[in-house]
Ligand binder design. Structure first.
Ligand SMILES: Cc1cc2nc3c(=O)[nH]c(=O)nc-3n(C[C@H](O)[C@H](O)[C@H](O)COP(=O)(O)O)c2cc1C
Length: 329
């Protein structure tokens, strides 16, 4: 992946589909998918549209126009989701409980040479709280044992606030479900502040997708997760026990995130997955993390309310805090 990005650039490097991968000297069955949000063309593809062949500007503008159509008065609308039974949920094709679970037996990768180990790094981490509501967010999860994962929401992320609130209240555990291989729109919402504090992000995902997202109950938790995901990891974060060290881990823009001395961790009680699940690996710091057009169009629409001659906006992934805007002068 490093070589492909060096050779083709971040926006042109192809998606990798790896049928088998070798981990610790042993071959493991994939497939592992990487960089499927990197190429310009995927901007269109995640909205079910064809890219404009060979013209990445046109592809980008087409996606932005689609997102503009979805926005209602400059905000993303909401619509109800649907609940289905386990029999209609591919994510329940295989159910593993207790000692049947070995996270190391799935092809989760050691992505960057400086990382502390193998990570589940493409999960939407679901948490719920009686006061704070529901949330899912993308937080990296270090594999610490066959049934143990680190969970890394940074301070003040929604997941972190929920864990801290429960700790203050004296709760002993926080329930967590990690969804892998989710709808790309869910991945955008999970990886960004697009929902701006809304407590039912699935309603927004359904509206952007244009149809109700199908959800199903977890096996061991009172939570709803997408029926069509590839895998769900269910478990509990102990809040009355010592935290554990985590990292370092390669971050966006090619820097190493430093090792944390104290980090939340989770006991895994159940894993459900499709037969032959696809594992998505994010090479953090090397490839683009998620499709950004929904965020960019939201910013553009907001800006156009007070700068009506703003025409187009783009935040390049190679630099943090840089946004380029074009105006009709
Ligand atoms: C690939 C990827 C990995 C990320 N890893 C983390 C992480 O480990 N911890 C974190 O706090 N945010 C991480 N983020 C950013 C959050 O997902 C983002 O800030 C999101 O808004 C968090 O959800 P929340 O707003 O519901 O807390 C990551 C984003 C991406 C795309």
């Amino acid at each position: 992946m490093y070589r492909l990005v060096d050779h083709f650039g971040v926006y042109e490097a192809p998606t990798l589909y790896m049928e088998n991968v070798k981990i610790d000297g042993k071959w493991m069955k994939g497939p592992v998918i990487s960089n499927h949000y990197g190429h310009w063309d995927t901007k269109c593809l995640v909205f079910g549209m064809n890219p404009v062949a060979g013209d990445h500007y046109a592809t980008y503008y087409k996606t932005m126009a689609r997102v503009e159509q979805i926005l209602e008065k400059g905000v993303f609308p909401e619509q109800p989701y649907a609940e289905v039974t386990a029999a209609r949920a591919p994510v329940k094709e295989v159910i593993l409980r207790g000692d049947q679970i070995d996270l190391g037996s799935f092809p989760f990768l050691w992505s960057n040479p400086g990382d502390s180990g193998r990570y589940v790094n493409s999960g939407s981490v679901h948490t719920e709280d009686v006061e704070l509501g529901k949330n899912f967010g993308t937080y990296r999860c270090e594999i610490k044992g066959p049934r143990m994962l680190g969970i890394s929401p940074e301070p003040n992320q929604s997941g972190w606030k929920m864990f801290m609130k429960k700790k203050e209240r004296g709760d002993q555990v926080a329930q967590v479900a990690i969804v892998l291989g989710q709808d790309p729109i869910m991945w955008v919402v999970s990886s960004s502040k697009l929902a701006r504090g809304k407590t039912d992000e699935y309603r927004m995902v359904s509206a952007i997708r244009g149809k109700p997202i199908e959800l199903v109950k977890c096996e061991t938790l009172d939570m709803l997760i997408p029926a069509h995901a590839e895998m769900v990891i269910e478990g509990e974060v102990p809040l009355d026990q010592a935290m554990k060290p985590e990292g370092p881990f390669g971050e966006r823009y090619g820097y190493m995130g430093q090792k944390k001395d104290e980090n939340f961790w989770m006991n895994v009680n159940c894993v459900t997955h499709r037969r032959n699940p696809w594992i998505v690996n994010i090479y953090a710091g090397v490839t683009r993390g998620f499709p950004t057009a929904p965020l960019e169009q939201l910013s553009l629409s907001t800006m156009q309310r007070f700068v009506p001659n703003a025409r187009m906006i783009h935040s390049p992934v190679e630099a943090t805090g840089l946004t380029i805007v074009s105006f009709k002068k």
